[in-house]
Each structure stands twice: as structure tokens, then as C-alpha cells.
Design a protein around this ligand. Structure first.
Ligand SMILES: Nc1ncnc2c1ncn2[C@@H]1O[C@H](COP(=O)(O)OP(=O)(O)OP(=O)(O)O)[C@@H](O)[C@H]1O
Ligand SMILES: [Mg+2]
Length: 158
């Protein structure tokens, strides 16, 4: 299913609804061009998970961990060339089962280890209205699709 978002705050609001349904072991893959809104989404998602800290792009560290209702692992794989780099760096290890893993530039991997539960695709950049598609890749992913649908039906700001 797809929604539209006309502002960064709207994208954060949508994402906070998705963060509220996140469960241990979930992997969320964010895809979209530079400036599409993936990090804005991560900020809102973290808020929905009860993370108090300010979330920024972990471009230089590849991964940042935040304490929320569950641990949140925020990855930005823009600099990675492939899955081998991620595996070598131990970015996706057994700890991900204890928390929620949100991956910007997930397409840098051939597919996240173990597969993603939900894929969030962003279209548009700059001042354009974003089209944000939420696609379930597992049974768990359906919870995110339902949350996005509920957000849309609540008539959130477009
Ligand atoms: N509807 C919208 N949703 C999200 N961001 C928006 C929207 N409209 C405008 N923006 C602006 O677009 C920019 C999105 O930046 P953001 O860092 O989230 O992109 P990104 O996808 O993470 O890029 P990168 O691939 O470089 O990490 C922000 O400056 C934000 O204010
Ligand atoms: Mg980003």
C-alpha cells in the first residue's frame, strides 16, 4: 500500500505509527534516492519506539544503536559496496534479534541477512510530495502495512 507525504513532519508522523508496532527481530528496509526522506522517517520511527535521543544519519559509523521500548539499530549502508562488507563488519549479527533494525540504503545489500520484514520505498525528493510505499515481506511486515493504512485513513496531513 502507498501513502503520500507533503512534509518532513508528515513523514515523521507516519513513521512514528510504524515504530509503535515494531517488534523484536523486525528488519525494516528503507529505499529511495538521496534526500528522499529515509532519515526523516528514521527520526519518526525512533520516536514511535520511545527513543528519546535525537536520531541522525549514521553515515560515518554505518550503525547507531538507540535505547527505546526495544533497542533500535539504525544503519546507513550508503558507503557499502555489497553484502560482504556488511558481514565482514559484523553489522547484522545475532543482536538484531533483540531489537529492531532499520536500514537506509538496504539495496546496498543483496538482501538483508535473514531478509527484511517490510520494505519502505520513497519516491520524490526536494520539495516534491513523497510517495511512500509500504510492502510486507513477511507475516510480521503486515503489521506495518496495517499501521500505514490506519495512518492514511485517519486523514493525516498529505
Ligand atoms: N514529505 C517529505 N518527507 C520527508 N522529507 C521531506 C519531505 N519534504 C521535504 N523533505 C525534506 O527532504 C529532506 C530529506 O532528507 P533525509 O536526510 O531524510 O533523506 P535521506 O533519504 O535520508 O537521504 P540520504 O540518502 O542522503 O541519507 C529533508 O531536508 C526534509 O526536510
Ligand atoms: Mg539518510
Amino acid at each position: 500500500m502507498a501513502v503520500t507525504s507533503g512534509s518532513a513532519e508528515s513523514t515523521r508522523d507516519l513513521a512514528s505509527r510504524l515504530g509503535a508496532v515494531a517488534g523484536a527481530g523486525d528488519v525494516i528496509a528503507l529505499r529511495g534516492e538521496l534526500g528522499a526522506g529515509k532519515t526523516q522517517f528514521a527520526k519518526g520511527f525512533a520516536r514511535g519506539m520511545g527513543v528519546a535521543a535525537v536520531v541522525n544519519s549514521p553515515s560515518f559509523t554505518l550503525m547507531a544503536e538507540y535505547a527505546g521500548r526495544l533497542p533500535l539499530f539504525h544503519l546507513d549502508l550508503y558507503r557499502l559496496a555489497g553484502a560482504a562488507d556488511a558481514l565482514a563488519g559484523g553489522l547484522l549479527d545475532e543482536r538484531q534479534q533483540s531489537g529492531v533494525t532499520l536500514i537506509e540504503w538496504a539495496e546496498r545489500l543483496d538482501g538483508p541477512v535473514g531478509g527484511s520484514d517490510v520494505e519502505v520505498r520513497f519516491e520524490g525528493a526536494g520539495d516534491e510530495v513523497r510517495r511512500i510505499e509500504v510492502i510486507a515481506r513477511s507475516g510480521r511486515g503486515e503489521a506495518y502495512v496495517a499501521a500505514a493504512r490506519a495512518w492514511r485513513e485517519r486523514g493525516a496531513a498529505a
